[in-house]
Design a protein around this ligand. Sequence first.
Ligand code: MOS
Length: 755
Amino acid sequence: MPTTRPLPTAPTWSPIGNSTPRVDGPQKVTGTAQYTSDFHFPGLLYAVPVEATIANGRVVKLDTVEAEKMPGVRAIFHRENIGKIFRSIPEQGFEGICEERRPPFEDDVVRYYGQYIALSVADTFETAKAAADAVRVTYAEEKPNVETDLQADDDPEEIVATFGPQRRLQSQRGDADAAFASAPVKLDQTYVTPAETHNPIELHATTAIWDGSTLTLYESTQGVVNLRGILAQMFGLPKENVRVISKFLGSGFGGKLFPWTHSPLAAAAAQQLGRPVKLVLSRKMMFQTVGHRPRTQQRVRLGATPEGKLVSLQHDYVYERSMLDNHHEDCGEATAFQYSVPNLRVTFGRARRNIGATADMRGPGAVPGLYATESAMNELADLLSIDPVQLRVLNEPKIDEGLGLPFSSRHLLECFELGTEKFGWSRRTPEVGSMKRDGLTLGWGMAGCAWIAARFPAEASVQLRDDGTARVACGTQDIGTGTYTILAQLTSEKTGLPLDKIEVALGDTSLPAGPLSGGSMVTGSVVPAVFAAADSAILSLLTVATMTPGSPFEKRPAADLALEGGWVFVRADGPGRGVPFADLLRRANLRLVSGSGKSEATFGNPEPKFSTHSFGCHFVEVTWQPETARLRVSRVVTVIDAGRILNPLAGRNQIEGAVVMGIGMALLEHTSYDPQNGAPINSNLADYVMAVNADIPKIDVHFIDFPDKELNELGARGIGEIGLAGFAAAMTAAVHHATGVRVRELPIRIEDLLA
Ligand code: MOS
C-alpha cells in the first residue's frame, strides 16, 4: 500500500549541463562492452576477401583450385558463384544512402586497388587468410590514374551527389570577378589538402546470420537503420526481414556512416553456407575499400579595401572521387556565410581517379574548405598588416548573406573575445620570428570555424517500470562520443531518476528508428524525440495514478499531477508530499508504462527560416628550433559556440579529440597512392602517421553556452566535428609566424620548413 510521505529534499538537480561521466564507461573498461567482432556464434565461419592488386583493368582469370583444396576451406566465392546481389537506390528520409553503389562482384572490372574480387570462407581466420592468399588472379591491366594535380572533369552544371543534386555554381552574389579586378588589395592563392584515411582503432567488422529468409547483421556502423535498408534492397528482402545491431563502436569518423561492400559479401556467404560468417577488415583494407577524405585543390581569391573590408570572395575548388562514387566534398559549405562580402562566387569541380570511394570524414567539406578560406584570410591580414582577429571582426556578417536568412544563433565575436583573452593574444608581435621563449622561436596563429547544425529524423521510446527504473530506446548509435550518456541524461531530466536507474538501448534496428551518427547531429536530433517519448510515458503514468483504486490520487485529473525526482505528487501541493512512481505501478499491477516520441528532420529543409550553424575559433602556439628543424605545438586555446552544452565533460572530450586530429591534419596525415599500381602506399599505422600523445600540448577548451532554441528545446547543437574545422589554418599561420614559410599544401613537411 503506497503511503504518502515527505521527500527529504525537493529534487532540484538536473543532469543537463553537468559534466557526467560515461554511463557505459564501466562496461568499456572492464571489457564487457561487446564490439562487433567480439560476437561469437556456434558454427561461426571466417571470411577473408581477395584484394585486387591492380587499380585499373579487368580480372581475366581466377584460379581457385589450390585454395579450395586447403583443409578447412568452405568456399571461395567470386562473380560466378556468389549468387544475386542487387543494386540499391536512395530512399526517403536519409535512407538508402551508399557511396559505392556497384554491388561486390557485379562485374569483372577493377576500378581501384584493393577492390574485392573473391572471398575465401573457412573454419578459422588463419585458414581463410591462407586460402585468400592462394587464389591466383590474372588481370588485363591498364595504367591507373592517381594523378595528384586535380583538374575538373567535364561535368554538367548540375551533378547528382550522395545527398541529391548539386549545382557546380554553388553560390553567387554581386559580381565577384569585376569586384576582384578593381579591388585595391588582392590575394589569389591555391590550397591543397591530401587524401586522408579514417583510422578508428576498431576495424570495420560484420557478422551475418541467416534464419530462413531473415538476416541479422552485427556491424560496426554509424547508421543501423540506413544499413538495414541497403541490405534489404541488395538481397531483395522486406526491411522487416533484416536486423542490424551495433552496440559499441571503436569510433568511425565518418568511415562507418554508410555501407561498404564487405557487408553484403559476408551476408551472401552466410546465406549460401547456412552458417554465421564473420568478416573483419585488415588495417590495409581500411585504406582501400571503406572510404577516405578526398584530396582537394582550392583556389581562393580575396579582394579588400586597404582598411580590411572584403569586397570580393571567390572559392573555386576541385576534389577527387573514385570511378564509382558520387560523394560531394562540400568545401564551400561555410564560404557563403562566414564573412560579410557583397561579391562572392563559389564553384566546384570533380576529378575521377582510380582510387577507392571517397567519403565523409569528420567535418567533411567544411574542414578542407575552411582550411583554404581561413588560410586566405590569415594571408590577407598579413598583406594588410591588420591583426587576423581584427580582420575577421571587421567582416563579421549580420545575417547569412548566402541564404539571405538570419542566423539562429551566432556568437563568433564572443568566441574571439574569450579566445584572445585566454590565449593572451594581445601580446603577439606580428613580425616573423619576433617572439621567443626559452631559446625557442614562437609562432602564434588563429582561425575561425563553423559547422552545420541540423536534425535528422528521430524516434524514441521511454518506459517507466515498477522497480523504479526507466528505459530509453532509440535506434541510433554511440560511436564513442557519449550517446548512451546523453540519452540517459535526457531521460533523467524528464523523469528525475538518477542515471543509474536508467537503462539505455541503442544500436539496433528493432528499436525505434534513430538518426545516423553523423554530421554532429545525434544530440540535436534525439532531444525532441526523447522528450516527447518521456512526456508521453509520464502522462500515461499520471493517468494510471488517477485511475487505480486505492491510489492517493484516485479520481483527480491527471493534469493536477506531476512527476519529479521519481515521485508523483499534486502539483498544487508541491513536491514535498508525493509517492514513488514505482509504488503506483505496483498498485496498478503494471510492469511498465511507455511512451513514444518522434521528431522531424531539419537537415535538407528546402525552406529554412534560419541559418543554423555552430561557430568557434582556435588559437595555436608552436615552438620552432631552426637549428634542428624541430617544430612542436605548445599551446592550444579553442572556443566553441555550439549552443547549450548538455555534458561539458563529454563535450570537451570531443573538441580535444578534434584538435588532436587537427594537429595530425596539419603536420602528419596523408594517404599517398603509388603512381605505378595505384595502391595506397602507406596503408598501415606505421606509415600513416597520426598525432599521438607526445604530439599534443595542453588543449584549453571553452564553450560559451548560448542556447539555440531553433534546433530543439534545450538549445543544443552538435560538437563532434566543429573542433577540427579551421584548425589547420591556425597551424599554418602559426608556422608562418615562427618560420616565415607559408605552407599551402598539407601536411606541413619538414622539407617545407628547410627550404
Ligand atoms: Mo561524420 S563525417 O558526419 O561521421
